[in-house]
Ligand binder design. Structure first.
Ligand code: TMP
Length: 224
């Protein structure tokens, strides 16, 4: 893989702002890949910020606590969907749109597709209804590109068990059947929008995933 110095000279800093989301089941490694892209962008002199969902704003982080606490076990799945959307509306207005208006790239750890995968495919809510709600939530802002990290439930759960002292949050605690529905849902979303989604096999060693990402995103989409 080329060094950062070699990468930089191919990339003028005057690219228009882009909005990139990272998706996948819990434990797929998307945060690490997002940090890698932020590093490449910084090295190339392209301004970017990283954020996450749920969260990314003071209000959103409070909503995140409520959503992920194991003490919220009795939450209705409609309340759950609306809280994820509330956090997203706040993030869109307070962080994403203002940054993009200034020409800053926005990288986000999850966005609308997480609601389609988890609350649509996972919880069984109607996808068309969710789409209408999301159009309103984000004022029809969609990612320019969505990086989907795909790996088996077993690999992902192993990774989650190895962090946070083995503690699982409310969603991670769901059974394998739920996580499998979410994984298959993500793949269905990617198949329906092949232009927007880039699917990476995340069961490989991290170095290989990063190299694949470099070739198929940085060189193919950003690079010249
Ligand atoms: P994270 O651990 O990747 O930050 O995501 C928090 C959890 O919330 C994760 O289990 C996925 C879930 N989630 C949804 O169920 N719906 C959503 O819309 C989002 C953004 C996340």
């Amino acid at each position: 893989m080329p060094t950062n110095r070699q990468r930089v000279k191919h990339h003028p800093s005057a690219l228009p702002a882009k909005f990139i989301s990272f998706e996948g089941i819990d434990g797929c490694g998307k945060s690490t890949l997002m940090e890698q892209l932020s590093h490449w962008l910084a090295t190339a002199g392209i301004p970017c910020i990283m954020t996450r969902e749920p969260g990314g704003t003071p209000i959103g982080e409070k909503i995140r606590e409520l959503l992920l606490a194991t003490s919220s076990a009795g939450m209705s799945t409609r309340a759950e969907m609306l809280l994820y959307s509330a956090s997203r509306a706040q993030l869109t207005d307070e962080v994403i749109v203002p940054a993009m208006k200034k020409g800053t790239w926005v990288l986000t750890d999850r966005f609308v597709d997480a609601t389609f995968a988890y609350q649509g495919y996972g919880r069984g809510h109607d996808l068309q209804r969710l789409k209408t709600i999301q159009e309103w939530t984000t004022r029809d802002l969609w990612p320019d590109k969505t990086i989907l990290l795909d790996c088996s439930i077993e690999v992902a759960l192993d990774r989650i068990a190895g962090r946070n002292g083995g503690k699982f949050d409310r969603i991670e605690q769901e059974n394998n059947a739920f996580h499998l529905k979410v994984r298959n849902g993500y793949m269905a979303l990617a198949a329906a929008e092949p232009e927007r989604f880039l699917v990476l096999d995340a069961s490989r060693p991290l170095e290989e995933v990063i190299e694949d990402f470099y070739n198929r995103f940085w060189l193919a989409v950003v690079g010249r």
